[in-house]
Design a protein around this ligand. Sequence first.
Ligand SMILES: N[C@@H](CCC(=O)N[C@@H](CS)C(=O)NCC(=O)O)C(=O)O
Length: 218
Amino acid sequence: MNEFILYSYFRSSASYRVRIALNLKDIAFEYRAIHLLNNGGEQNQEDYRKLNPSGEVPTLVHNGRALAQSMAILDYLDHVAPTPRLFPEDPYRRALVIQACEIVNSGVQPVHNLKVLQLLEERFDADQKRKNDWAAHWITKGLDSLEAFLKPHAGDFSFGHEVSAADCFLMPHLVNADRFQVSLAPYPTLSRIRANCEKLDPFKRAAPNVQPDTPPNV
Ligand SMILES: N[C@@H](CCC(=O)N[C@@H](CS)C(=O)NCC(=O)O)C(=O)O
């Protein structure tokens, strides 16, 4: 048995990271949609929280065993399906790739996550415009850091000419920038990497606009 199930939401950037990784490794998986808004958010339902106590997507189930947190999932995938590698073997290069991932993963994504934007509205009366400004602010901070950090390392991709976990984290961040109308014009390195990622089938198939739960008007 080698069965992979991905609990995902089309627009979730963290799910998008894992979709790219699964596709890069050519791992077939069953897609189970978790709607983050319907019914108070399906991620908050009791049955789902048994799989993922944080009430977030993605969750990957491999042969009946659940795993959450996209960074942990990518690391796991590198062990169970080592080709192509997402994290380099060399300790320093591996740490640099993780550094890039963490700029997104712990640096900026958590502060503009859905539950944060919802709290801004519920407790602090933020309207849609203020919520968008908030998200755009943090997305821009992430872009500034990534452009400066990746510039000396990047080739076609974040690190040289091979795709790595850094690209799996970067691409969804750039698509989030589009969503919150943050221009990528000031970020030539990131724009070049994006153009190269977008040419690759694993990235194309992982995109939010082509998922099983993508609404028809997106
Ligand atoms: N660090 C987590 C982040 C997961 C996360 O924030 N997921 C978001 C969607 S991108 C979510 O499920 N949010 C649900 C909510 O805010 O209620 C990961 O990398 O998996």
